[in-house]
Design a protein around this ligand. Structure first.
Ligand code: PGA
Length: 254
């Protein structure tokens, strides 16, 4: 069974006090994570020490970064290297979120470098892909997403690609309240898996966790996660509400 993952993406939200209280509520919640499930919290970098402290000793719960720099170190004012995150216990890094692609001009080739940097130090990239509304309306989402994957990930070996978590997030569903239907999610997740199967073989493709993101909430998580090629979710807005995110974690396949 592939790893089933509920990943919270807090984005640039919450004060320290709010972060503190949300983490306290999450830790106090009834979470039944089995061995092949995990809950991952991509918090703003400045709250990482706080999140690590609050989640200490919690099984299958991890703190993640929302981005990192592609270089190992050097004169890059304001940036944080993957190895720095690892040194404080953060071994998952979200890469290529559509907001980073759009507002920070992150290209597939830059994301190829970042992915390699994260893998090089033994951490796990959570690599985001997904199409804008115009592409979905034109019906060319499969080839659009395929190109994102090929351009950023196909230089990796089979041993490396099985360490990457994919998050498929249609941009038209992010923060809009519009979710892809579970059938739409399943269709493109199966397509993404077939793209990896054609390059790396079915056995490798079957080991890659593919998360769905875009207006996932407690009310729709179970239905979306029940699809055979959906291995959990990357959750923005609903991850800021403890009861919502707890229900989303508990909707993971076991
Ligand atoms: P949303 O965000 O759940 O608020 O739609 C998802 C994401 O951007 O990762």
């Amino acid at each position: 069974m592939r790893k089933q993952i509920a990943a919270a993406n807090w984005k640039m939200n919450l004060s320290k006090n709010e972060a503190d209280s949300l983490l306290d509520q999450l830790v106090a919640s009834e979470l039944n994570l089995s061995e092949n499930q995990s809950a991952i919290f991509a918090v703003p970098a400045i709250y990482i020490p706080l999140a690590i402290q609050k989640l200490a000793g919690k099984q299958q719960m991890f703190v993640a970064a929302q981005n990192c720099h592609q270089k190992a170190n050097g004169a890059y004012t304001g940036e944080i290297a993957a190895s720095m995150y690892a040194s404080v216990g953060v071994n998952h890094i979200v890469l290529g979120h559509s907001e980073r692609r759009e507002f920070f001009a992150e290209s597939d080739s830059l994301l190829a470098e970042k992915t390699e940097a994260v893998l090089a130090i033994g951490s796990t990239p959570i690599f985001c892909c997904g199409e804008p509304l115009s592409i979905r309306e034109a019906g060319t989402q499969n080839s659009f997403v395929e190109a994102q994957l090929k351009n950023a990930l196909f230089q990796l070996s089979a041993d490396q690609i099985i360490k990457v978590v994919i998050a498929y997030e249609p941009i038209w569903a992010i923060g809009t309240g519009k979710t892809a239907t579970s059938a739409q999610a399943q269709e493109i997740h199966a397509y993404i898996r077939s793209v990896f199967a054609s390059k790396y073989g079915q056995t490798v493709a079957d080991q890659i966790s593919i998360l769905y993101g875009g207006s996932v909430k407690a009310a729709n998580a179970k239905e979306i996660f029940s699809q055979p090629d959906v291995d959990g979710g990357l959750v923005g807005g609903a991850s800021l509400i403890a009861t919502e995110f707890t229900a989303i974690i508990n909707a993971l396949k076991s």
